[in-house]
Design a protein around this ligand. Structure first.
Ligand code: ADP
Ligand code: MG
Length: 693
């Protein structure tokens, strides 16, 4: 249960004065449904109302404070025209402009002949300087009421700066004094303010430096957020530890049979990863291991060997894939290999219905089936395993923690292996997983050729198309990825459809289209045609982003490459260069390109090392944006900036570990305060593990 002290912060935003259902919706969009979201909505700028410039020097779009004399009221002549009040001083003239005002109110406020202080944003329009709906209109003696320095906030359509400013102020009024959850030494060393003082300070900047992440107030709040996340991860780990694992001892009986039939030798890092996994599985503790390996580094076969160990120990193993397409592909690669070794692999996706599905379920429940690949369908409640020992989660960022947990709860002491191609920089692994063990595939399978990456302006599309004609004539297969235009997949789709049509005009019916709005069956059909070669060019929205393996594909075209995150570009590029033929990647960009965008695309040209790309991207854009791509599987932070506050992550991790060692149930005074912190950052589910453990 949420502690009472937090009730005011978890009240709906509509409980604040002046926010009704209509504004409530807008605020919900901007900062979330609760009052607390407003506290985390940090100012991004500072408005200087101290400027009182001569009117004739005022720039279009400036926010200024002016002392003026009212001359004349000009009511609208036609409906929908605004009501104007002309004003002057000896430096020029300005019109105050009101749409649909209450006329008596305006007339009272601005009597002709009187002097007034007005403050607001000005625009020049047809030779006149206009101030539309001034923020302040006051008699000169009350000038002190104008807040001269005002923080400005990110907005959403329909919300004005004033509304957001007022709402944040109202939220701060609700902020209670919190008991201290930060370690006293840490507080003292950094000279951090108490929580409430920090919240007030971040919203009351007195200068531009107060907007930077290094201020004590911003640091303190960032630390709160990091600490909440580290304590939460530590609690989950503590919970998992308590549910003892079971040793799975490899006999080598099955792995040796499969190894003999592999068409290639394992790379050294694959062998090392398998060994690390085997050791974890043999130990009585539950395995929690992350297998990190660039696209094409060969994670699937590592997963296979882990699954075989579970089977050798007499148990079952499941491989969970994020999409139907990937589940099928894993099945297609692994099944023949296993069959040759006399083993059976089953496939379960949402498309299996009726009798087929019943049979698979029955075989999983009886233990007849040892090895299974599938999608979310595997996590459903109706799925029962006889003795699940190992769960492998592929491309784990596509799944929530709940799904991971749900799968591992289908057995006793299930070992967990999560796999990701996202090259998360080292500093960030901690924030995503806490103390997870990590295996890395650092080398690619031999025989891969470097990919020739080129950066080309979009207006040379015709040349690119000509190049494709030559390439396809020589038997190349081409991916053509269309950009992320908008949040909305429908708009992406329009762009992809248009490109598909254009390419069809050029290349006829050997051009296919796949996207997320298609029926899975249609998409699979087109993918299969591309795989077998009856289609040469596959136009796609980013659905092909993960895991697809078509070794014959040698050209990757990415339109509007400047709109993608580097990690995502890297993933996409990894779809080619899988066979022995020379591959190329064409990054098409819209001109003009900013310096940062140019630098980012150049990194793609310079290196194929996913870790380097991720580090550079982090450096160039800051963690916020890297995370913003939602590619990383990392939690999103409101207050912590994972670049600027990187050193705080480690402190929070150590602190979390220490406090749980001393007080695993969080019942001491500080422990209770930490519970409040966890609820404050909505880690409710994690708090529940404390007692149930
Ligand atoms: P990812 O890590 O992206 O999931 P995959 O497991 O799909 O990579 O492997 C990519 C390709 O590399 C597959 O075609 C696979 O058969 C092949 N492969 C994996 N390991 C090796 C190896 N040691 N030598 C040669 N090819 C390999
Ligand atoms: Mg894969």
């Amino acid at each position: 249960m949420r502690p009472q002290i937090l009730y005011p912060l978890f009240a709906p935003v509509t409980s604040l004065p002046g926010i009704g259902p209509r504004l409530g919706k807008l605020f919900e969009k901007l900062t979330g449904p609760n009052v607390s979201g407003l506290l985390w909505h940090l100012p991004t700028g500072l408005l200087d109302r101290q400027q009182e410039p001569p009117i004739d020097t005022v720039l279009d779009g400036a926010t200024v404070t002016l002392k003026v004399q009212v001359t004349i009221h000009l009511p609208p002549l036609r409906p929908r025209q605004p009501y104007r009040v002309s004003c002057v001083n000896d430096t020029g003239a300005v019109d105050l402009v009101f749409f649909n005002p209450r006329v008596d109110y305006i007339q009272n406020l601005l009597p002709p002949g009187e002097w007034r202080i007005v403050s607001g944003r000005v625009e020049r329009y047809a030779g006149t300087l206009n101030m539309v709906h001034p923020d302040y209109i006051l008699p000169p003696e009350r000038i002190a009421e104008i807040k001269r320095l005002e923080p400005t906030y990110g907005l959403t359509a329909g919300l004005t700066p004033r509304l957001v400013l007022k709402a944040v102020a109202a939220a701060i009024d609700r902020a209670p004094d919190m008991p201290e959850w930060i370690d006293a030494h840490v507080m003292k060393r950094h000279q951090w303010p108490k929580w409430k003082a920090a919240v007030e300070a971040v919203h009351r900047p007195a200068g531009a430096t107060d907007l930077e992440p290094g201020t004590v107030a911003r640091q303190r709040l960032a630390y709160d957020e990091l600490l909440a996340s580290q304590v939460a991860l530590a609690l989950v780990r503590q919970h998992n530890r308590r549910l003892a694992g079971r040793p799975c001892v490899a006999t080598g009986a099955l792995t040796s049979r499969v190894k003999a039939r592999l068409p290639y030798d394992l790379t050294a890092s694959q062998r090392l990863a398998i060994e690390e996994i085997a050791n974890d599985m043999a130990s009585p503790q539950r395995m929690l291991r992350l297998l990190q390996g660039d696209v094409g580094s060969g994670k699937t076969v590592v997963a296979l060997f882990a699954m075989l160990i579970a089977a050798e120990a007499g148990g079952q193993a499941a491989l969970l894939a994020p999409t139907d397409l990937l589940a099928r592909q894993h099945f297609a690669t692994l099944e023949p290999l296993l069959r040759a070794a006399g083993l059976e692999l089953r496939l379960l996706t949402g498309r299996d219905k009726g009798k087929t599905r019943d049979k698979i379920l029955a075989d999983l429940a009886s233990g007849e089936t040892k090895l299974v690949v599938g999608t979310h369908a595997l996590v459903q409640e109706s799925i029962v395993f006889d003795d699940l020992r190992l769960a492998v989660v592929d491309e784990q960022h596509r799944f929530g923690v709940q799904q991971r947990v749900a799968l591992s709860e289908k057995g006793k002491g299930v070992d967990l292996l999560v796999m990701t191609a996202t090259p998360i920089p080292r500093t960030l692994t901690l924030t995503a997983y806490g103390d997870i063990d990590v295996s890395r595939l650092t080398e690619k399978p031999p025989g891969r050729q470097p990919i020739d990456t080129r950066i080309i302006p979009l207006d040379r599309l015709n040349e690119v198309a000509e190049g494709l004609r030559r390439a396809t004539a020589q038997g190349s297969r081409v991916y053509w990825v269309c950009p992320l235009v908008d949040e909305s997949e429908l708009i992406d789709l329009a762009a992809a459809t248009e490109r598909h049509e254009m390419l069809r005009m050029l290349f006829g019916d050997r051009v296919g289209l796949v996207h997320g709005q298609q029926k899975a069956a249609d998409r699979d059909k087109t993918m299969a045609q591309f795989q077998e070669g009856s289609i040469d060019i596959l136009v796609a929205t980013t659905v092909i982003e993960v895991g697809v393996d078509v070794p014959q594909a040698t050209v990757m075209v990415i339109e509007h490459a400047e709109r993608f995150g580097l990690a995502q570009l890297h993933q996409l590029r990894g779809r080619v260069g899988r066979g022995s033929a020379k591959s190329s990647c064409l990054l098409l960009y819209q001109t003009p390109l900013s310096e940062t965008a140019k630098a980012r695309l150049n990194i793609m040209r310079e290196t194929e090392d996913g870790f380097r790309i991720a580090e550079e991207d982090l450096r160039l854009r800051g963690a916020g944006e890297l995370l913003g791509t939602r590619q990383s599987g990392l939690p999103e932070f409101h207050l912590a900036d994972l670049v600027a506050h990187a050193d705080l992550i480690q402190i929070a991790r150590d602190d979390a570990r220490l406090v749980l060692e001393k007080d695993p149930e969080l019942v001491s005074e500080r422990g209770l305060a930490l519970r409040i912190l966890l609820y404050l950052f909505e880690k409710d589910a994690v708090v529940k593990t404390i007692r149930s453990g």
